[in-house]
Design a protein around this ligand. Sequence first.
Ligand code: DX5
Ligand code: ZN
Length: 230
Amino acid sequence: MRKIYIEPSLLSADFTNLDKQIMECERGGANMLHLDIMDGHFVPNITIGPFVVKAIRKTTKLPLVCHLMISEPEKYIPQFAAAGVDYISFHVEATPHINRTLALIRSFGIKSGIALNPGTPLEYATENLDYCDFILLMSVNPGFEGQELINSFYTRCRLLRSLLNDYAREEILIEADGGIKIDNVAKVIDAGADMIVSGSGIFQGNIATNIKQMRKIARRFTSSKLESNS
Ligand code: DX5
Ligand code: ZN
């Protein structure tokens, strides 16, 4: 059965009240938490490092998904692994050795993923499938929360899902990230995404209610699959 994961991005959270905001995510039924790591070099913004991630780890048992938007990710992966994250992705343009970096992530027993910007060819994913547990398909250009989803995402996501099927690698998850809100989440899931990241779409307004609403929409897809199987 298809499973959809709702993944709040803490980039949009109130960091003066992070503990309570994470509790609200849990109350709403979030499946995992998305952590955006930016270095002011690969993207024009700076966020948090392993020290803060380690503190977040202490506040929740939810899986932590670390999205590295940093140059030379291989240098810092050991520190994020030690901070206790469960998934790590990095951008293919950020390192000359994609396979080696994916293998490094897996060497810590962490799920490995590559991140593709809206303008990055999907071949980067298909060339590296043996080393990937998931593929992060950006639906905005990385760097900031609150941007509008770029429409070409839907076609790219459908194409990536069908390529994964062609390669008999259906188990590889697609993570969609950027501009996803209650009003377009159905379209994103319909295009084939499994891990649904949402920052401003969840943290603006009532956090738990927004997550519950997204989960309700996601259930339409999981139950229709069930019905067609029965
Ligand atoms: C953008 C980040 C996203 C961002 C999503 O660079 O990778 O994870 O926090 O925020 P929204 O959902 O507001 O676009
Ligand atoms: Zn992200």
